[in-house]
Design a protein around this ligand. Structure first.
Ligand code: SF4
Length: 405
């Protein structure tokens, strides 16, 4: 897989499109998504396309795009006709690379064989399915609408429709979850033969139903030690099954012919540019960060009524600022070290930032190497996280934040 390191307008860009609609809110979810307003979907898609057109009409460049990600929310609520509208707008406004990756996030309860066949016919070539667990009581605790049978049916239908690149999302360290329970979900996921797995430790976010339930003592507080044992178990089982642990939370199948690493997410971790369209979406284009209005109704109004600001800020943009040099460096290190096999290459760092990393992080890197919290690989000239620290990666990564006081 190639990520171009050309500069600016010639560099391959990615597109993230946010679909902030769900049939029901899950008990742990704090994403920017809303239940009970799916009637707004048609007018939202219209606004989303207006945003794309208004942003890109502010530049004479037709940016090359190699990955598209429809995320949410629940993008699988979109009808094939709505996907067609989005795709034809993207086609008009960007130069899509021939081998582009096009991912759609899906929930098992909103997938049918007919819909999957249409998605595939439209060029969507990667599905990311929110399986979360195989156990009925865990799916109920998470407030999910599907059961494991629906996940199995979705995966079968996806294959029948022609999808060969399939990710499953799972959540672990749930209240009361045992290692045995976790093993059952992992076994069930592996038996579906995905090409990619994303495993996330449950994060109890304030304001969610599950947070309140744990605070009220209705469910036990998940333990960090259990989470570490679960990630160890997953790493062993997945490695035995031919998966490569390429990012802290992500595993992919790879062989000589095909690499199933998620190219879209790799764009973020490699600190490369991406447009963010839709309510609450974030973008990073020409070193400018953009953040959109999160509320769908206001987002829709702004897309209709406001002209684009100065590129790449669009009609619904509420914040935009140029990323300063130090922020670029911090993000390059923090995101890059999440890539466990690849790490951060020293020569690439120097090329990109005009100085060796010693100029910014000399003491910090030396100390982390002495404490064996980082590994220096001479053959690839890269810094990497040691496997035993994958689960507590953030404790190492925060060392790369500059003290700006
Ligand atoms: S389906 Fe996903 S985005 Fe929607 S409420 Fe559940 S966790 Fe949140």
């Amino acid at each position: 897989m190639m990520i171009s390191d050309q500069t600016s307008g010639q560099m391959n860009h990615s597109l993230y499109l946010h679909i902030p609609f769900c049939s029901k809110r899950c008990s742990y979810c704090d994403f920017n998504t809303y239940a009970g307003i799916t009637s707004l979907l048609p007018v939202y898609i219209d606004a989303l396309c207006q945003e794309i057109v208004k942003v890109t009409s502010c530049t004479s460049r037709k940016y090359p795009v190699h990955t598209i990600f429809l995320g949410g929310g629940t993008p699988s609520l979109l009808s094939p006709e709505q996907c067609t509208t989005i795709i034809s707008t993207i086609d008009r406004c960007f130069t899509l690379q021939n081998d582009h990756e096009y991912t759609l996030e899906a929930n098992p309860d909103s997938l049918t064989l007919d819909k999957l066949m249409e998605y595939h016919r439209l060029g969507i070539n990667r599905l990311s399915i929110g399986m979360q667990s195989a156990l009925p009581h865990e799916l109920a605790l998470l407030g999910r609408l599907h059961n494991h049978h629906a996940t199995q049916r979705s995966v079968d239908s996806a294959r029948q429709a022609g999808f060969t690149n399939l990710n499953l999302d799972l959540i672990f360290n749930l209240p009361g979850q045992t290692l045995k329970d976790w093993q059952k979900s992992l076994d069930a996921a592996l038996s579906l033969q995905p090409t990619h797995l994303s495993l996330y430790a449950l994060s109890l976010e304030e304001g969610t139903l599950l947070h309140r339930q744990v605070e009220d003592g209705e469910f036990a507080t998940p333990e960090d030690d259990t989470a570490a044992a679960m990630i160890d178990m997953a790493a062993q089982m997945l490695s035995t099954n031919g998966f490569i642990h390429y990012e802290v939370s992500n595993w992919a199948k790879a062989d000589e012919q095909t690499d199933y690493t998620c190219r879209h997410n790799l764009q973020y971790w490699l600190n490369q540019p991406y447009f963010g369209f839709g309510a609450g979406a974030h973008g990073l284009v020409e070193e400018t960060r953009t953040i959109n209005e999160p509320l769908p109704a206001r987002y829709i109004r702004r897309c209709h009524e406001t002209e684009a600001l100065s590129f790449p800020a669009g009609p619904a943009c509420t914040e935009n600022h140029v990323r300063d040099h130090l922020s670029q460096i911090e993000e390059h290190m923090i995101l890059g070290l999440r890539l466990l096999q690849r790490g951060v290459n020293r020569d690439e760092f120097t090329r990109r930032f005009g100085n060796d990393w010693d100029a910014y992080y000399g003491d910090i890197i030396r100390q982390l190497l002495v404490k064996q919290q980082l590994i220096w690989d001479e053959s690839s000239r890269s810094l990497r996280l040691p496997p035993k620290l994958f689960f507590v990666a953030n404790q190492v990564l925060v060392q790369f934040l500059f003290d700006r006081d």
